[in-house]
Design a protein around this ligand. Sequence first.
Ligand code: SF4
Ligand code: SF4
Length: 393
Amino acid sequence: MQYRTNPRNGQPLSVLGFGCMRFTRKGGVIDQEKANREMKLALDRGVNYFDTAYIYPGSEVCLGNFIEAYQCRDQINIATKLPHYRAKKPQDFDAFFAEELKRLKTDHVDYYLLHMLNDAASFERLCGMGIREWVAEKKAGGQIRNIGFSFHGGTLQFKALIDAWDWDFCQIQFNYMDEHNQAGIEGLRYAYEKGLPVVIMEPLRGGKLVNGLPREARREFELAQPARSPADWGLRWIWNHPEVTVVLSGMNDVAQVEENCRIASESLPNALGEDALQLYERVQKALAKGVRVGCTGCGYCQPCPKGVDIPTCFAAYNTSYAENLVAGMREYMMCTTLRKVRSNAGLCVKCGRCEQHCPQHIAIREELDGVRRRLENPVYKVAAKLAPKILKY
Ligand code: SF4
Ligand code: SF4
């Protein structure tokens, strides 16, 4: 296993983190014994970062059971997440946290994240409820060791959040397909330059970069030397970035754990040569052919006076064609709508300011109209209406 040092506290973190969100289920219940075998193998191979969340059904309990069974609390870092959007009053922070400690059978959390904190306005709401004071108290008592947030949104919002507080770490979606999407490479470097460890989620885009590649992209990998699987190439691309600290993989098979640990043990920063980097460029180009709007995510069109997150809207729109409508709508809801201040395409008033700045000469107003028509469908409208009640923001 390779380790990268947390620049904030000098702690070595395994470059591979165990994502505890995809354990095998039997009749809807996590198969604890199978999960134990997978986590134990990862632990034996040197993985010391395990990521779960309050809202992953059964996951915190499963991790807690594993820790108890193998008495390995001092060998691993637990990362889990506060469902802050469900908190209506300051006391709710304590209630969620106490339940998480109980589920995890521990008295402290090493890496605690505000889950899906996607915009500065949501953070302001939490500040109004005293989240900073609450975290300070928990840190002083040793119950929270590091505070961070997980993020799905645009680069500008990400930077605003990074600047909004003295975070200890952050977690973003990053892979070769999303190099310029969401926080993207710009956000990754921004956080790194501020001295923050960056944890990566969705390194293979939920499997799309393994099983969902178009034929041309698959062919590129098949012809490449040395022979490696698409998953292997995908993971190495991320670890090639020195700004990355931990890459999470949601593992649910011992062979997969073994394989990922092997790749992790071989992957050093800046290790990929020119041939490999050109291979990724060709694969990215093959992926881009299935793209509806040729937005590179550069962000020059931002900020929009009405708050439309233009590149994020286009990214979800592209996903709705490259993958399917459900995947596109999920991304669109999560990245533009499930938040206090929305940034969806429907907010556009067609002023045209953005178009003067687009180096790709995209007819942004027209394309946003397409986004609105496709993604702001009746299902979206119902979900958007119910979201504030369900998520309590
Ligand atoms: S045209 Fe729409 S997206 Fe562009 S700046 Fe104006 S309101 Fe924002
Ligand atoms: S300026 Fe153009 S290419 Fe860049 S993010 Fe905006 S729409 Fe996309």
